[in-house]
Design a protein around this ligand. Structure first.
Ligand code: B12
Ligand code: SF4
Ligand code: SF4
Length: 308
């Protein structure tokens, strides 16, 4: 069953920009309560935007916006083998939506991905934390696009900062903690252990050989969460023929920084590798990220080698 997202499928909050200092205060206070490793400290504090940067306009607000993502089951066939993986795909552009809503009316928007996005989403009331540390929107679960912008769009007059909230369901569940392959979700600490998260180790090329390998970085804590079941069960299936899978196992040169590749550049890269249009279309439908495209041949080979 094809799932389509409507143009109005967005949830948004416009937070007065002064709340950034409240977010900073809460984050620093929380970080002092636990022993962070140097790389956690760097990621959570040093690399996080906790102060306003220099801007060519007077910042008034922070816009937090969510849109649902759709699950796609990919099935790759080669000879008499097949492997399956689950992907999450963006189907609508949050940028286009916001530009239509605000930029076209003369407001300024600066996409600011290093803001503490989850805290802003939860404390503004858009979602709740799951025990897996991800933000859940009531209807859409955790498979969401979450974007944050600094802007001069006027704020909501009666904005309320409600603080961090955990989903009620987590109290009697614990599935993510039990199934996490890296034991990164801890019993006694809400914040997960970043160094054990396979999603992270995979992107950094440090996943242990013995760990379960998938094409999309690990999402076990989301795939198995009961709050995501409705999306998982309705995932569209995209089948890759033997010929297509064969093509995908061939390694090609990638730019030095694949993280910076746009969708258009990914498409022209794949065309340059001789992928037929149908294959390019299927890959893009999976919502594949550039780093996953880079690792696709190695990962497919690994999964095929471990499939009986
Ligand atoms: C660093 C980072 C990681 C790190 C660390 C994860 C982490 N601990 O947050 C690693 C590399 C492990 C990681 C992995 C993934 N990430 Co990441 N990551 C980020 C990033 C860049 C910063 C997050 C951060 O600074 N966290 C710091 C901590 C301190 O913040 P926090 O989690 O909000 O912490 C608060 C809570 O712990 C709360 N708290 C404390 N005690 C308690 C107690 C209770 C009861 C409650 C309710 C709350 C609570 O207070 C803390 C401080 O405010 C964000 C983007 C961004 N700019 O925010 C994406 C982001 C969080 N990642 C995202 C995703 C999708 C992933 C992966 C699925 C990637 C993948 N595998 O493909 C995995 C999922 C792993 C997981 N289970 O969280 C999405 C999450 C979307 C969502 N639905 O929430 C984000 C928002 C990026 C995006 N815009 O899409 N990620
Ligand atoms: S799997 Fe269970 S405990 Fe984990 S986030 Fe989902 S509902 Fe909460
Ligand atoms: S992404 Fe994988 S390793 Fe990381 S917390 Fe979730 S289940 Fe654990």
């Amino acid at each position: 069953m094809e799932q389509h997202i409507q143009a109005g499928d967005f949830r948004m909050k416009i937070i007065p920009v002064e709340y950034l200092s409240k977010a900073k205060e809460e984050l620093l206070r929380f970080c002092q309560t636990i022993d962070l490793s140097p790389s956690e400290k760097k990621t959570y504090i040093d690399d996080c935007m906790l102060e306003l940067p220099e801007l060519p306009f007077k910042a008034v607000s922070i816009i937090v916006i969510m849109a649902p993502m759709r699950m796609k089951t990919a099935v790759f066939h080669l000879g008499n083998q097949s492997v399956t993986d689950l992907f999450r795909a963006r189907e609508i552009s949050v940028d286009d939506y916001l530009n239509g809503l605000f930029a076209d009316k003369g407001y300024h928007l600066m996409n600011a991905r290093t803001l503490p996005q989850k805290m802003l989403a939860v404390c503004s009331g858009l979602g709740k934390y799951g025990k897996n540390n991800l933000v859940y929107e009531e209807d859409w679960g955790s498979f969401i696009q979450l974007e944050t912008y600094i802007s001069d769009v006027p704020c909501e007059p009666e904005f309320v900062w409600r603080g961090v909230v955990n989903m009620e369901r987590c109290e009697s569940c614990g599935v993510c903690m039990r199934l996490c392959p890296g034991q990164a979700i801890l019993k006694d600490r809400f914040l997960l252990d970043m160094e054990r998260c396979h999603g992270w180790l995979d992107v950094m090329g440090r996943l242990p050989e013995s760990a379960p390998h998938t094409i999309a970085p690990c999402c076990v804590c989301q795939k198995n969460c009961p709050k995501n079941s409705k999306w998982r069960e309705n995932a569209d299936t995209i089948e890759f023929t033997g010929e297509e899978t064969q093509l995908l196992t061939i390694t090609h040169d990638m730019p030095d920084n694949p993280f910076a590749l746009t969708a258009d550049k990914m498409i022209s890269l794949m065309r340059g590798w001789g992928y037929p249009e149908s294959l390019v279309g299927k890959i893009m439908k999976l919502g594949i990220y550039p780093w996953t495209l880079k690792d696709l041949p190695v990962k497919l080979e690994h999964m095929l080698a471990h499939t009986s």
